[in-house]
Design a binder for this molecule. Structure first.
Ligand SMILES: C[S@@+](CC[C@H](N)C(=O)[O-])C[C@H]1O[C@@H](n2cnc3c(N)ncnc32)[C@H](O)[C@@H]1O
Length: 290
């Protein structure tokens, strides 16, 4: 069973979903549009988090379609107003029975990166597709987040140290921070055809919207570690201890417009299961009996 570091029960989850929605949803919508998703489609959105993309898919497929949004803990998506064709499910993709099969489109963003069983889960997602159906996986490559500007050299060094410790904390619970650069190969090996990817990144300046993701991640990782082991005047992230003044400085940098980092690059990859017989079936047409 997976151990997800960024538990949705913690206060930082809402901030995480709000940053992901604001900074990446426009990109994800474009990746999903590549599949032609439209009226009547049946979609599975795995690990839907705050539910913004589940809602958007619901609007795209319309009342004749169906969107199943799953999450280990769907407490944030539940708060969102969703169209009737969107069904929310508390569900562990690593072990619960799949909530249906024969989907036209399966999508997961920033979920498999966290799961030690990611290759087995990938197989399950492929198994949920109809012949000719699409899988869209979107994952960060956390290994390319250079500091692009800093008020002083030490600031860049501090960011790298804290960020490296965070990635180690993720690895310690089975996450793969470089999964983004592995996802195309994994999808090809899983038997998908025409696998294609595009990658999106932008600058994240201190005080801006995107960089708040680093604050949420570091604060949550620090709190989680503190529950296990505490020391006065220091905090452990992953395997590294940081003095309170170091972490304070790190958090100050996230508010300083002179400090700029590259965002996490989002690798958005899409591919299809072979075996569609003849030209693409149009689900919307099926649904109205055309
Ligand atoms: C980093 S968040 C991404 C949320 C959303 N996909 C997005 O991009 O905004 C990862 C999500 O995956 C969910 N998750 C983690 N492990 C899961 C599992 N085994 N099965 C289903 N969902 C899981 C988490 O609860 C969380 O909502």
């Amino acid at each position: 069973m997976s151990r997800y570091l960024f538990d949705n029960a913690d206060s930082q989850a809402q901030e995480r979903f709000s940053v992901l929605e604001a900074r990446y949803d426009h990109w994800s919508r474009t990746a999903l549009e590549n599949t032609g998703v439209g009226p009547g489609w049946r979609c599975l959105e795995v690990g839907g988090g705050g539910g913004s993309l589940g809602r958007w898919l619901g609007e795209r497929v319309g009342p004749g379609g169906e969107v199943v949004v799953t999450d280990l803990d769907p407490r944030w998506a539940v708060r969102r107003k969703l169209p009737a064709q969107v069904r929310l499910l508390a569900h562990d993709i690593t072990r619960d029975p799949l909530p249906g099969d024969g989907f036209d489109l399966v999508h997961a963003r920033l979920v498999l990166l966290h799961l030690p069983e990611r290759l087995r889960v990938l197989e399950r997602l492929v198994g949920a597709l109809r012949p000719g159906g699409w899988l869209v996986l979107e994952e960060f490559d956390c290994g390319w987040t250079p500091v692009l500007a800093a008020p002083e050299d030490e600031a860049g060094v501090l960011f790298e140290r804290v960020h490296t410790a965070l990635l180690r904390a993720l690895e310690m619970v089975g996450a793969e921070p470089s999964w983004g650069r592995q996802v195309v190969g994994a999808m090809m090996r899983a038997g998908l055809e025409g696998v294609t990817a595009k990658t999106y990144a932008e600058t994240w300046a201190g005080g801006g919207e995107g960089i708040r993701l680093h604050r949420a991640n570091i604060e949550q990782a620090a709190e989680r570690t503190g529950e296990v082991e505490a020391r006065v005047g220091a905090t452990r992230i992953g395997e590294t201890w940081f003095g309170d003044s170091e972490l304070r400085r790190f958090l100050e940098l996230l508010d300083d417009p002179a400090f700029v980092v590259n965002s996490y690059p989002m690798v958005s990859a899409w591919g299809r299961l072979g075996g569609a017989d003849g030209p693409d079936r149009v689900r919307g047409a099926d649904a109205v009996g055309v």
